[in-house]
Design a protein. Sequence first.
Length: 269
Amino acid sequence: MGARQSRRAVPEPTCRLWAAVASSIRSGWLGINDRAKELKVIQMLLFPVLMCTSARQGDIVALEAHLQQGADVSIVDSHRRTPLHLAASEGDIETVRFLLKSGANINSTDNSKDSALRDAIRCKSIEVVEHMVSEGAYLDTSPAELGAEMCCLAHLGDAKQMEVWKAAGVHFNYADYDGRTPLHVAVCTNQPEMVIFCTRNGSNLEHRDRFNNRPIDDGHQLGLPGIVELLGAEKQRLEKEAADAAAQAARLKMEEDGLKAETASSSSS
C-alpha cells in the first residue's frame, strides 16, 4: 500500500515559492557543493511556510509528513506565528488536537503577544477554546484589560463573543479601568436582553464602580424604569434560587444525619 498523499489544493503563492526554490537548487544558487546538504537547507527554510500553510488548510496528512521529515511542530513564520496559531484562527478543532498531541507549545506568542488561544477566541470557536483551556492554555492578560474587553462586547451586544471569552475563563464580574462591569454597560446602553444575559452568567448586581454606582443606580440616574424593573426582577429571581439551594442543602444534610444516626443505632444494637 502506497504512502498517503494530501489532496489539498496548494495556494498559488506557495507554488510560486516552491518553483523559485526548485530553480535555485538547479542553478546551485546556495553555493553548497553537497546536494544532500543543499536539499536539507532548502527543506529547513521551507518548513515554516509548509507547516503554517498546512495548518491553515487543516491538512493533517501534510503536517504529519513535514514532522516526519524533521519539521518542528512549534516552528514560527515571519510574524512568529506557529501552526497552532493558524489552526486555532480557523477554528479547526481536529488540526488543533493533532498539533497539541504532537507537542505544540500551547502558550507560544506571536509578534503581537497573542497566543493561539486568543486566535481561537477571535474565531468564536467555543469548542477550540474549551479544548485548549483543558490542555493548559491561559490568557496572560490583566483583569482590567479583560474587563474592558467584556464591557466593549456588552456595548456591542455581542453575546456570542462574550460566551467564548467565558469559555476561556473570563467571568462577567471583571471590571474595566473605571470599575464598571458588562452589566453596568448593558444598563447604560439600555439593552434589556444583554442585562438578562449578564445576570444569567453570574454578574453581581451589587457591584459598585469607582463612582460608587451599582448597575441599578445607573438605571435610576438615566431614567430607565424598564431596566430598573428588570434588575429588580432578576434580583428577586437570584434570591429565590439562593434560598431554594440553601433549603435543598439543609434537607440533604438532615437526610445524611438521619442515615448516620440509623447506622450508628444499628451498629450499637
